[in-house]
Write a new protein. Structure first.
Length: 162
């Protein structure tokens, strides 16, 4: 009798815990999809060189940080929305060709935060240079969820050693 009661209690507890676990897993999947959509919007804005679209994707009031893979902001990060905005606005005109693809995107979601790790083949040609350059960059983006939207707090892009 006692075994039946213990087994019944355990089964009841598992049953009570399961809906929460399922709900949490569904919420995490939904958040991961939202983060993927936000990251895809970022890379689309980056490729389009669209600063207005970029403005909607960053947490402007949180002193966001951007570390670029080359140029002056590779040595010293852009800190604060105006500096981040300026870093893109100053970089884009220097390129006659510019494209960034995402080959691999990994998303990790927590409560109200997310991290994206992406492998991004890059194709660029600078103004006044004869040859284009292709390389693979590694990008890390840190997101915060605010009012149902995933906003970028930090991005670091680097070129791995060749």
């Amino acid at each position: 009798m006692r075994r039946v009661m213990v087994a019944g209690t355990i089964a009841s507890l598992i049953g009570l815990a399961a809906p929460g676990s399922v709900g949490e897993a569904q919420a995490q999947r939904s958040d991961a999809e939202g983060v993927r959509a936000a990251a895809s919007a970022f890379f689309a804005a980056l490729n389009a060189r669209n600063i207005r679209a970029m403005e909607t994707l960053w947490a402007q009031d949180a002193d966001p940080i951007m570390v670029h893979p080359s140029g002056p902001y590779a040595r010293s990060p852009a800190i604060g929305w105006e500096a981040v905005r300026r870093s893109f606005a100053e970089a884009w005109p220097r390129f006659v060709e510019w494209s960034v693809r995402v080959d691999d995107m990994r998303v990790r979601v927590g409560q109200g935060w997310a991290v994206v790790l992406a492998t991004t083949p890059v194709h660029v040609k600078m103004q006044g240079e004869g040859a284009a350059h292709d390389y693979t960059a590694l990008a890390t983006l840190v997101y915060e969820k605010r009012d149902g939207r995933w906003l970028i707090l930090h991005q670091h892009v680097s070129q791995p050693p060749r």
